[in-house]
Design a binder for this molecule. Structure first.
Ligand code: PMV
Length: 288
């Protein structure tokens, strides 16, 4: 059995596609993969796997000889890195069962192949943070990607599901429609500055400030047109109830809101009472 974590993005979704820095945290929920040997055509036992997903899985799993099963503690397709966690755990599990050594770079390459199958043109942020299993500062460059693990302690983060799902490739395509405009370019620059401010606040362990900067990031994501009315309502309610900060996390168009604060249990109760799926997750720290 091999586990790979999901993620939340503190800053940089969408702008990362355009070469700006992003910061993501690995979390204590993810996907477990079990591969077993089997005489016959390979198949998958998990209901979450449809035909498209199976085609992606088959880029890693040989035609014959294996059964594959997945268990997820992540909501699927909600911006928590479920496809990346599935890719990373599958690649590691297949290497394990076939007694193949898999370098970290090899893992990133294999997971990127699967992620490209899922999302078209992913930045690579999701599977890099899942493979590392800790917080990362990530940037796309003209020649590839650059990433650096970040020291980030284990903290609680409240997740509220907006109840709808956005497609990553659709949302990335939607943003791309405006990529040539001056407004878009100015938002990109602001998002880059914000990522650097969050990097500094992390170094200072100033979580209140990180929360405030996350809220600012949410305003930029709104301006990019990737938020929804429900997501904005969740963010506003969280702030009104005393959260340090809140933002959508992932590609948007639906999916989840992340909330930072020191009264997360009370906030969770509020959202559950109001009909939302809400749960508290925890970031992985390098010392875990
Ligand atoms: O797959 P999601 O919903 O977590 O979005 C990933 C972040 C994007 O910047 C929107 C896309 C990407 O490839 O980085």
């Amino acid at each position: 059995m091999t586990f790979a974590p999901g993620k939340i993005i503190l800053t940089g979704e969408h702008s990362v596609v355009y070469g700006k820095p992003a910061i993501a945290l690995a979390i204590n929920r993810g996907i477990e993969t079990i591969a077993t040997r089997f005489e016959g055509p390979s198949y998958c036992t998990s209901p979450i796997v449809d035909e498209h997903l199976w085609k992606a899985i088959r880029t890693i799993v040989p035609e014959n000889g294996f059964t594959i099963s997945f268990t997820s503690s992540l909501p699927i397709g909600k911006g928590m890195g479920s496809s990346a966690a599935l890719s990373v755990s599958l690649c590691r599990e297949m290497a394990r069962i076939q007694s193949q050594s898999l370098s970290f770079e090899g893992l990133l390459d294999q997971a990127m192949t699967m992620e490209t199958f899922f999302h078209g043109r992913p930045s690579g942020l999701d599977h890099t943070v899942s493979a590392l299993g800790k917080a990362v500062l990530f940037q796309r460059t003209t020649t590839g990607t650059e990433w650096k693990p970040i020291d980030f302690p284990a903290i609680d983060i409240l997740i509220v599901d907006s109840g709808t799902t956005g497609s990553t490739s659709d949302m990335v395509a939607k943003v791309a429609l405006h990529a040539d405009t001056a407004k878009f370019q100015s938002i990109l620059v602001k998002m880059e500055t914000l990522s650097m401010k969050i990097r500094k606040a992390i170094a200072m362990k100033d979580f209140k400030r990180i929360g405030q900067l996350c809220t600012q990031n949410h305003q930029y994501l709104k301006q990019l047109g990737v938020s929804t009315t429900t997501i904005n309502d969740i963010v506003d309610s969280a702030l009104a109830l005393g959260a340090w900060g809140a933002k959508l996390s992932g590609s948007g168009g639906g999916g989840i809101v992340i909330i930072l604060g020191d009264n997360l249990s009370l906030l969770k109760e509020y959202f559950v009472e109001n009909g939302y799926d809400a749960f508290i997750t925890r970031s992985f720290s390098p010392t875990d």
